[in-house]
Design a protein around this ligand. Structure first.
Ligand SMILES: [Mg+2]
Length: 248
């Protein structure tokens, strides 16, 4: 990230411009609600609604109490946010049978896709799941770098790429190119990253079909200032390089 920041500063251009990308293509980010009881999930939803004009919610499922607990949370959030687009990330928390059942049930709830339904040890069942699931299946934990993409390409609809998985922007770009060549949808995600990492990925965001770059919004002491939110979209600025400054 530092090297690309230096490159942009030398050229006097933001990275998205060096790469010839069009920021008008950047889609809204999703904001995340963790595994919770329905009341706590609604409290988090209300908190997001008070903070941000978000367009998309990502619900964390795979509750250790089972898919009945997942269903209670989805129903509660769906009822409280009827207009919002909703996606689901099970973080590998389901069995194959749970995933088959939930894919059908979640489609009826208007959910758009399912991320990492199965644990990575069940990667060999992703193809069969994708054939029965009415919803697109994305992988996250199953895919770290460009090298993981070809073996997954025929089994899933898309991949979740994160800068902390690829190890930097060069490999992130390579993973984007391999995913595109394999005909896969592209999502960008994050861990508990600050504005620094999420801004770096925001420069590549015109390539993404889905964006889940909300972690810095959860930090009370984000040490950096960079990409900003406008109408639910996380947009890099026009400063050279990453356009990130350290908060004083
Ligand atoms: Mg995930």
């Amino acid at each position: 990230m530092a090297l690309y920041d230096w490159l942009g500063k030398k050229a006097g251009l933001p990275l998205w411009q060096i790469w010839g990308l069009d920021c008008d293509r950047i889609v809204p980010i999703s904001v995340t609600i963790g595994i919770n009881k329905p009341e706590q999930a609604i409290a988090r939803l209300k908190n997001w609604q008070a903070t941000l004009d978000f367009k998309m919610l990502k619900l964390k499922l795979g509750n250790p109490d089972g898919i009945e607990a997942d269903q209670l949370m989805v129903k509660a959030v769906r009822q409280a946010a009827p207009q919002s687009r909703i996606t689901v990330d099970a973080n590998g928390g389901w069995s194959f049978a749970d995933a088959v059942y939930m894919s059908q049930w979640l489609e009826q709830q208007g959910v758009e896709y399912i991320e990492q339904p199965l644990p990575i040890v069940l990667d060999h069942q992703l193809s069969a799941l994708s054939q029965t699931s009415p919803l697109p299946i994305f992988v996250d934990e199953s895919c770290f770098t460009s090298a993981d993409i070809p073996r997954l390409a025929k089994s899933v609809a898309g991949v979740n790429l994160k800068i902390m998985k690829t190890g930097g922007l060069t490999e992130a770009m390579r993973a984007i190119q391999v995913a595109q060549a394999c005909g896969l949808k592209i999502m960008f995600g994050c861990y508990s990253d600050s504005s620094l990492a999420n801004t770096a990925m925001a420069h590549l965001s015109p390539y993404a079909d889905y964006l889940d770059l909300d972690s810095h919004l959860n930090l009370t002491d984000d040490p950096f200032h960079g990409a900003t939110i406008a109408a639910g979209r996380l947009l890099p600025n026009h400063q050279p390089g990453l356009g990130v400054t350290r908060c004083s």
